[in-house]
Design a protein around this ligand. Structure first.
Ligand code: HEC
Length: 99
């Protein structure tokens, strides 16, 4: 009996793990927070100005954000050739979610 319960626990843990992974893939597929940390955080903090403006103070318009990331803006480097459209969209959503 104890063995059965243990087996049940293992199976449900595996199933839960699979569900969580699936949900993340469906919702995003791209880890924008990780991307931001690697490529943007040296110049942008969430709530204080560094080389670039704080994320919380950024424009909230999707097109303006997408354009700044894709084409650059003054001292902001362009990332249009480094990232896919999906990655840029994920970053735009990430920035908007910090407000
Ligand atoms: C080398 C430093 C640097 C890096 C790296 C950098 N930025 Fe910037 N970013 C800036 C600066 C400086 C500005 C302000 C540009 C200006 O004066 O118009 C800026 C502006 C922006 C803006 C426009 C904000 C607004 O309200 O108009 C967005 C959006 C942005 N950055 C996103 C990003 C993202 C996303 C990344 C990572 C993929 C990134 N930046 C990487 C320096 C950087």
């Amino acid at each position: 009996m104890k063995k059965m319960m243990q087996l049940g626990l293992v199976i449900s843990t595996v199933l839960m793990g699979a569900t969580v992974t699936y949900a993340n893939d469906a919702a995003e597929g791209i880890d924008a927070a990780k991307l931001f940390k690697k490529k943007c955080a040296m110049c942008h903090a969430i709530d204080k100005n560094k080389t670039g403006p704080a994320v919380k103070g950024m424009n909230s318009d999707s097109e303006a954000l997408r354009s700044a990331i894709t084409n650059g803006q003054n001292r902001m480097p362009k990332f249009g050739e480094k990232f896919s459209a999906e990655e840029i969209d994920a970053l735009v959503l990430y920035i908007q979610a910090q407000k």
